[in-house]
Write a protein of this length. Sequence first.
Lengths: 407, 153
Amino acid sequence: MDQSFEIPDSTDWLETPLSLLAPFESSLRCQVCKDFFDNPVITSCSHTFCSLCIRRCLSTEGKCPACRSSDQELKLRRNWAVQELVDAFKLARPNVLDLARRENVRLAKGEEDIDEPTQKKRKINQVEEQELQVPEANSQGRRTRSQRSINSSAEERTVPQIVPEVIEDSQDDEEYMPEDGLVACPICFRKMKEEAVFPHLNVHQQEEEAPRKTPTKPTSFGLLKGTSQRGLTLPSKQPERLPAINYSILKDNALRKKLRDLGIPDWGQKQLLQRRHTEWMNLWNANCDSKCPKSKRVLLQELDIWERTQGGHAAVPSPFTTSNNVMRKDFDANEWSNNHDDDFKRLIANARKKSGAQVRSIIPETSPSSSRQREPQPQQDVGLPVNGARVELSPDTDANHVIDLSG
Amino acid sequence: MFATKRLSKMQEHLPPGIAIVKCDNLEEWQMDIKILDQNPLYLDQTYRLKFTFNNKYPIEPPEVQFIQSPASTGTPRSIPMHPHIYSNGIICLDLLGSAGWSPVQTVESVCMSLQSMLTANNRDERPAGDKEFIATNRRRIRDINFVYEDDNV
């Protein structure tokens, strides 16, 4: 696969020795957009989605996409723990994946070696990998990364390379416990009696919370403002959320004025106005869930993308599915007739056949040639029933299509 | 934009019996599915599905139907016999309608649902009114108002 076009995916792990990270990564991804959670929020039914994804779902259907229980946008709550998990994992991912892939290469090489008589040497390598792997790493021209190569070769024993110390610590604790009966605090590693750990942890928690409770002294939390803590502090000025509107009680012009007041485009029919307002409300309120909200200008750009892909400027998928396309000002009659020349001819032929048959059956003396004289005018008439021949654009299709748009 | 993000994920690890035939754009994909158990109705057969996505996918369901492919193409495909599959390939399945669809569904999950829908079937028949339906239906799949009266199959 083209490197520049590679899209990170949970399946990236499957071919590495860390294949168990695939389900781990899937669980950090939104089930709707399949990307990493972006401003995750939790529903009343305890499912987590990107804020924008679930808002779009709820404004369409009013149901949780995972379990179909009804929910409301107002009940969504931010899920910052998940946001931090995602941020931390995204940060670690390239390195971990790189290590895992290189381990793969190394294992593949190892298998080749087994076939050769150097099998014994490989076994020694695995025992004394540190000393013996260094020259190998250097020979590959990765002098600066030799340290990592050592780690990757040692990976068989300490597989989750990101947290090797934690594992060792916990192992040590289990070993040491029977000796002095003391337990180390997981934060400051001070040894203490087991019963004392939980009260002691509260101290740490208070220390951590203290600066958050006194945001009036911003100098005091310079240190805590590291990446992991940033998610826990509220942005200084929260943008205000937009309320939902009951569109049915608003007249076109009132809705148009609302859109104008919000500073978003106000052209189009009421249905388009509704859809645009809903999308804007979703974009805006999802942005309110962000720990670093985007500016309104950026949101307006996103609305513009929506306008071009799904809104008033969206390309019409198939001309036959939307009759109102014909009514548009920029409708290109020539192109339309070129594209549908065959269709027109076929329809005309069908219509002729039918009308000829009808005329003959009703008025036997009328010759087929006379029916040919009043053959239907092509092109624009095509949306209407032509001499009794039903054309694709039946009224109920149109009605359904209109309903379709409101969704 | 939404769809782009999702569809451009190459699905290299597909469930058994499911293969991508064509996915070179984001409007239409074709998939081949096989029924893996010993159901005699579908033994040793491969069926081809056409997925048509609109720009509201995955909020709105894709259009999914079986398509035929003549033997001359080297990959003969027929429309599977099933009391909910019309002979023109249109499928009557609630999860493909707007009421039954959920945005968490994927191309794979739809294929798997169809696999299990076929696996569970033992009736070698078409839906009632198949002939009239295929003769008269000119609507797009999404505009058809199916009535899901039969929950057994």
